[in-house]
Design a protein around this ligand. Structure first.
Ligand code: NAP
Length: 375
C-alpha cells in the first residue's frame, strides 16, 4: 500500500480501540471501528458496531461527521460491507456521504459481505487496504477464526497452581487464583458469546457462570450463553445456579438422555454421543452453538472436557492463570488429551505474559504444524 498519512495511522489505532468496545455484543457479526476524517485530516466522526442488527461502524461515524464527511477519509478496521443484511451496505453509504478516500485494515473474508472495496473503487473513491492489518485482525480474532473454520473460536481458560494443580488432594480448590485474576477472567467471559463447562464441574462446583465487572452496570454487559455439557442430563438439577434466569442457558444432552426434569427450566440441545471416548460429539456441539450465532466460546473446563477439546483440535487459544502456590497432589489442570508420548506434546507459542496481583497470566496459541501440502 502507499504510505498512509500520519493522521490515518492515528485514526486506525483509534478505530481498533473503538471496535473493541463491541466485543461480546456483535455476534454473528465482527467487531468494527471507524473514524471519519474531514478533508483537512481532522477527526469529524467516530463509531463502532455496537450490536448485531444495529447500524455498522461506518454509519455511526458518518452520522457523527455529518457534512464534514464530504471530501474526507473513512478509516475503518474491516473492509466496508457491500451487502444488504439487516442494515444497508456501508459501501453505498460512504459513496452517498461524498467520502473521497477509504482506508481499511482487514479484507472481509465473509463471502456474502465481501466486494465493498471494489464497489468503492468503481465509484471513483481512492481505496487502500492493509493499514495496521495485524493489529486489527487480532482484535477480531474470534470472528475471523469462526469464518475460517466454520465453527466458533475456542479459548480455553484455567487457573492452576505453579505445579499445574486445580485442587488439593481432598478436593478443596477455592480460591486458587487471586481476585485480580478472577476479575480478568470475568472480562474474558464478557467478551465471549458462550461459556462452556462439563458435567463434572457442574456437579463439583454448581457454577453460576455469570459476568460481574466492577464499574459496569448489568445493562452494559451482554452475558454469554451458559452451556453445560451433560450427556446423561444428570448433573444439572432443578435449583442449580446456572438455571437462575440471570442469563441464557443451554444444556447439551445426549439424544437418548432422559431430560424431563429440565423441561421449562432451560433449553436443551440433543446431540450425538462421541463416536469414541466419553461424552458428546464436540463437532456437533460446536455446530449447534454456531447455529445459535455463537462465534466465540470460553471453555472453562474442567480437565476432562478440556482434554477432549484439545484432542479434537478444537482449542484456538489458551489463557492460564498460574498462582504462586504448590500442592504436590490433587487433580491436574488437563486430563487425557490423547497424548501418550513426548513427541506428541501439543506445543504452544506464548503470545503474552502479564502479572495479575501475585499471579502470572500466560496466553498461548497452539503451534499449527504445516501439513506436507501446505509447505
Ligand atoms: N481451576 C480451574 O480452572 C477449573 C475450571 C473448571 C473446573 N475445575 C475443576 O474441575 C473439576 C471437574 O473436572 P472434571 O474433569 O471432573 O469434569 P469436567 O471436565 O467439567 O466434565 C467432564 C464430563 O463432561 C462430560 N462430557 C460430555 N461430553 C464430553 C466430551 N466430549 N469429552 C469429555 N467429557 C465430556 C462427561 O460426562 P457425561 O458424559 O456423563 O456428561 C465428562 O465426565 C472440579 O473439581 C472443578 O472444580 C477447575
Amino acid at each position: 500500500m502507499a504510505t498512509p498519512a500520519p493522521a490515518e495511522i492515528t485514526a486506525m489505532r483509534r478505530a481498533i480501540e473503538l471496535a473493541a468496545r463491541g466485543l461480546g455484543h456483535t455476534s454473528p457479526n465482527p467487531v468494527v471501528g471507524c473514524v471519519v476524517l474531514d478533508a483537512a485530516g481532522r477527526t469529524a466522526g467516530e463509531g463502532w458496531h455496537r450490536r448485531a442488527g444495529g447500524p455498522h461502524a461506518e454509519i455511526h461515524a458518518l452520522r457523527a461527521a455529518g457534512e464534514r464527511a464530504r471530501g474526507g477519509t473513512a478509516v475503518v478496521t474491516l473492509e466496508p460491507c457491500d451487502h444488504t443484511g439487516r442494515t444497508g451496505p456501508c459501501a453505498q453509504a460512504l459513496i452517498d456521504a461524498g467520502i473521497a478516500r477509504v482506508v481499511y485494515a482487514v479484507s472481509d473474508p465473509n463471502p456474502t459481505a465481501t466486494g465493498g472495496a471494489l464497489t468503492l473503487a468503481e465509484a471513483g473513491i481512492d481505496v487502500e487496504g492493509g493499514l495496521l492489518a495485524d493489529e486489527a485482525a487480532a482484535g477480531n480474532e474470534a470472528w475471523l477464526t469462526a469464518v475460517l473454520r466454520g465453527r466458533p473460536f475456542v479459548l480455553w481458560k484455567y487457573a492452576a497452581t505453579l505445579d499445574g494443580r486445580i485442587a488439593a488432594a481432598d478436593g478443596t480448590s477455592r480460591w486458587i487464583s487471586s481476585p485480580e485474576s478472577r476479575a480478568d477472567a470475568h472480562r474474558l467471559r464478557a467478551a465471549a458469546d458462550a461459556v462452556i463447562v462439563g458435567s463434572g464441574t457442574a456437579r463439583a462446583d454448581d457454577p453460576q457462570l455469570g459476568v460481574r465487572i466492577a464499574g459496569l452496570a448489568d445493562d452494559e454487559i451482554t452475558p454469554p450463553l451458559r452451556v453445560v455439557v451433560d450427556s446423561g442430563a444428570d448433573a444439572v438439577k432443578p435449583g442449580a445456579r446456572v438455571l437462575d434466569g440471570t442469563a441464557p442457558t443451554l444444556i447439551a444432552v445426549a439424544e437418548d438422555a432422559d431430560a424431563g426434569h429440565l423441561e421449562g427450566l432451560a433449553p436443551i440441545v440433543r446431540l450425538p454421543r462421541a463416536p469414541q471416548g466419553r461424552g458428546l460429539s464436540l463437532p456437533a456441539l460446536l455446530q449447534a452453538l454456531y447455529d445459535r450465532d455463537v462465534r466465540s466460546v470460553l471453555l472453562e473446563g474442567g480437565p476432562t472436557l478440556a482434554g477432549a477439546f484439545l484432542a479434537a483440535g478444537a482449542v484456538d487459544k489458551v489463557v492460564g492463570y498460574l498462582a504462586p502456590a504448590l500442592l504436590g497432589a490433587g487433580p491436574a489442570v488437563l486430563g487425557d488429551a490423547g497424548i501418550t508420548t513426548i513427541t506428541q506434546a501439543l506445543r504452544l507459542d506464548v503470545t503474552d505474559t502479564a502479572r495479575l496481583g501475585p499471579d502470572l497470566r500466560i496466553t498461548a496459541v497452539p503451534v499449527r504444524t504445516a501439513r506436507p501440502e501446505e509447505n
